[in-house]
Design a protein around this ligand. Sequence first.
Ligand code: NAI
Length: 423
Amino acid sequence: MGKIRKLNGKLIVPDNVTIPYIEGDGVGAEITSVCHRVVDKAISKVYCGKRQIEWKEVFAGGKAYQLAGEWLPQATLDAFRDYLVGIKGPLTTPIGGGIRSLNVALRQTLDLFVCLRPVRWFEGVASPLKEPQKVDMTIFRENTEDIYAGIEWKSGTPEVEKVLRFLMDEMHVSNIRFPQTSSLGIKPVSVEGSERLVRAAINYALLNHKPSVTLVHKGNIMKFTEGGFKLWGYALAEREFGEQVFTMMQYDAIKKEQGSVKADEALKEAKKSGKIIIKDCICDAFLQNTLLYPEDYSVIATMNLNGDYISDQLAAMVGGIGIAPGANINDENGYAIFEATHGTAPDIAGKNIANPSSLLLSSVMMLKYIGWEEAGALIEKALEFCFLKGKATHDLARFMINGESLGTAEFGDEIIKSLNGII
Ligand code: NAI
């Protein structure tokens, strides 16, 4: 069995590849075993024994704590570094200090700066939208900066008092409304952090022939952080991607000099010639627009907090968190951890009713990432086939007209049956 490597910007993937995985807490064991069965079956059907995954278990969360007294052992981080690409189930948030969130710790330690969330609708799945088939978006959420960096001080502590004194005495900040009782947080947003995220989004759009990249921000209010993200994103697009893109900054410049008819013509011409349109949208308007005009958006590049809200809304538009896949990636060195986007679902753990689709579709993303697209496409087709027949776990089946609720393991059997039917 071999390890994935990244050489000269390209992933080198052996035919017999080892993939480290974290089973995860709560429903993790149930959904992981279904995924392994389905993925192994799809690979063996498509590649007839020429390709294979060896699943290597590594530990984090409750299982790691029980085995080694640590929530996130160094050996697990080393394995993800060593094997480059891995996958994980949901992890419980440790209670009682040390690590705030295992997911955030993994992302920060491995510098997985892109949180990638493709959002598409599967025919047969109930949606609150009238025309869910118009939803086809891919979210690039910045993972390492913003208010999520975890730099904050609690109200009433000597630390917050020190920061307050600095702000008020040295920086002459006068608009902290209730300084005596305020907690404070810091929102770091850098040029490099914004640029590498936007670069990854544009590269993805080019590779996958997507029509546009939208920079989503609240730069109208937070001018230097979110406004910076927007301006740095536009500047990078023009500087690094030149003729491959047409930005709305360029549109505005033409409009100012030559009028809106010329600007509209230039935009039309850019679309016709296959250039990627780089535009931006204020986050609140964006959330509204995605419900009203989902077809207007394709690749989304946004910051950490906005990305969190956007991911859940878009997931709800196509069936909810039980079916939304995701990955955390470092586009530069190739590190990637694919993951179920939902939590440990303690209320249904051990009951054989959890939906394995989020982790399974994350496995599909992983197969595409390593260049085994055919196996990934087969799984997607089989899943769609099941949904069309109304076969799904209870969370989805209860909203389907012809819905039949299956247990987690039985749904796995049904997907495999569909795989066998397709090839
Ligand atoms: P949750 O996502 O675990 O559950 C929210 C609701 O969605 C529950 O009703 C649950 O039954 C349902 N649900 C979740 N996954 C499902 C699935 N696969 N199939 C069917 N229904 C599903 O969120 P909650 O309850 O806020 O968090 C529980 C734990 O998970 C916490 O410790 C939290 O920190 C952790 N968590 C971990 C995440 C991760 O590892 N990526 C993400 C979110 C939460």
